[in-house]
Design a protein around this ligand. Structure first.
Ligand code: NAD
Ligand code: DAU
Length: 367
């Protein structure tokens, strides 16, 4: 894509998708990277360990809502691109308390973008033209689908969880900054990601670890909720295309063409684990030959649980030539192999942090 003198200010780069994006930029020598990350429970230096000491990589621990810090980093690093991955990202946690979701996803995005506007207004010529503020968002802003249909860029926003509402607010702010101030923004709304470095509170890594350990696998409600799964590196590639060729002011939906009920997804994951039993025996002390399906426990549903998500990714395919490269089977196999060979990463990020207990059962409608 971009010439190697490009400079990427990546917020939330110590998290799941941001960490994979940092790896892609540095692996492919696309430019210099500065990560700004607050290192919440979901952000870990361990995710970025491979890059420490590289000349093209810098890390700053801090908050996207810290105006003074953001101002200084923009002035000193002089990014070509600001890519905002930083967020509170887990729906269940937003049910327990929305405080951090409001402060990071809404207030933080506002501060980061407002400072980016001042920075961009001081640029001139080619640097002003090539600058982009890219905001990474979710399909959850569109709410829930019935049995048919897809979310397109024209679907009205109808967020259902506090998490989705906070992301919707930030999307609106980004859109407004383009409309009012002409800040060259782009937004992507993506479906469920999976792959290496995902914090084991989300469905796939949580189930993977519980299955390996022979622990109960919690399935919310009837397990028939549908998500559209995308391998994380496909998402990262889509963002690179949008940075290089997307139109300022536009939004692009990104999805995996891979709708699955949660139960079907888990059965596919169990098959991948069974096919990898020799690999599991070689690399871990876990027993194999377990009937993983027998570990499933149906547990009370998530309050306000969206029934179905499915993305129409036609716009990004037509305009930017992007389609997912990984199939669910190949992507899940890579993910299984990665977790089996990175159990030390899992232990490190979970330590004193999260014990894989059920989250998000604050009673809906209680006084
Ligand atoms: P994550 O929770 O794994 O990582 C979030 C990162 O942001 C962490 O490193 C955390 O430390 C950092 N962070 C949190 N608050 C911060 C703050 N105030 N200042 C600086 N850093 C802060 O999240 P993820 O799954 O990698 O998601 C990244 C982005 O992609 C989010 O905006 C999310 O809404 C969006 N998204 C995620 C998915 C998905 O399936 N995971 C799908 C579509 C969109
Ligand atoms: O659609 C994009 C969104 O995907 C992102 O914006 C979010 O950041 C990301 O967390 C993800 O949200 P989901 O709520 O869909 O992901 P989660 O992994 O939490 O849950 C996936 C499905 O599995 C959902 O229907 C709830 C269900 N579930 C989840 C967990 C953690 C279970 O049945 N059991 C579980 O233990």
């Amino acid at each position: 894509m971009a010439p190697p003198d490009n400079r990427f200010l990546i917020t939330g780069g110590a998290g799941f998708i941001g960490g994979n994006f940092v790896a892609k930029v540095l692996d492919e020598n696309l430019g210099k990277v500065l990560v700004l990350d607050k290192l919440t429970y979901a952000g870990h230096r361990a995710t970025l360990r491979d890059w420490e000491g590289r000349e093209a990589y810098q890390f700053v621990e801090g908050d996207i809502g810290d105006r003074g810090l953001v101002h200084r980093l923009l002035k000193e690093f002089k990014p070509t691109y600001v890519i905002n991955f930083a967020a509170e990202s887990h729906v269940d946690r937003s049910i327990e308390s929305a405080d951090d979701f409001i402060s990071t996803n809404i207030d933080g995005t506002y501060v980061l973008m407002d400072e980016s506007l001042s920075y961009w207004q001081d640029l001139s010529g080619r640097r002003a033209q090539s600058f982009r503020f890219h905001h990474v968002s979710t399909d959850e802003v569109y709410g829930s689908l019935g049995a048919t249909g897809y979310f397109s860029e024209q679907t009205p926003y109808a967020p259902n969880s506090p998490y989705a509402a906070s992301k919707a607010s930030s999307d609106h702010l980004v859109r407004a900054y383009h409309h009012t101030h002409k800040l060259p923004t782009t937004i992507t709304n993506c479906s469920n990601n999976y792959g290496p470095y995902q914090f084991p509170e989300k469905l796939i890594p949580l189930v993977l670890l519980n299955a390996l350990e022979g622990k109960p696998i919690p399935v919310y409600g009837d397990g028939m909720n549908v998500r559209d799964w995308l391998y994380v590196m496909d998402h990262c590639e889509a963002i690179l295309r949008v940075l290089a060729h997307g139109e300022p002011g536009e939004t692009y939906n990104i999805g995996g063409h891979c709708e699955m009920t949660n139960l079907d997804l888990l059965h596919t994951l169990f098959q991948c684990l069974e096919e990898r039993s020799a690999f599991i025996e070689k690399h871990t002390n876990y027993k194999t030959g377990i009937d993983y399906s027998s570990l499933i426990e149906f547990v009370p549903d998530r309050p306000g649980h969206d029934r179905r998500y499915a993305i129409d990714a036609g716009k990004i395919q037509r305009e930017l030539g992007w389609t997912p490269q990984e199939s669910l089977r190949t992507g899940l196999d890579k993910t299984v192999v990665w977790y089996i060979t990175h159990l030390d990463w899992c232990r490190e990020v979970l330590a004193d942090n999260y014990d894989r207990r059920r989250l998000g059962l604050r009673k809906a409608g209680s006084p």
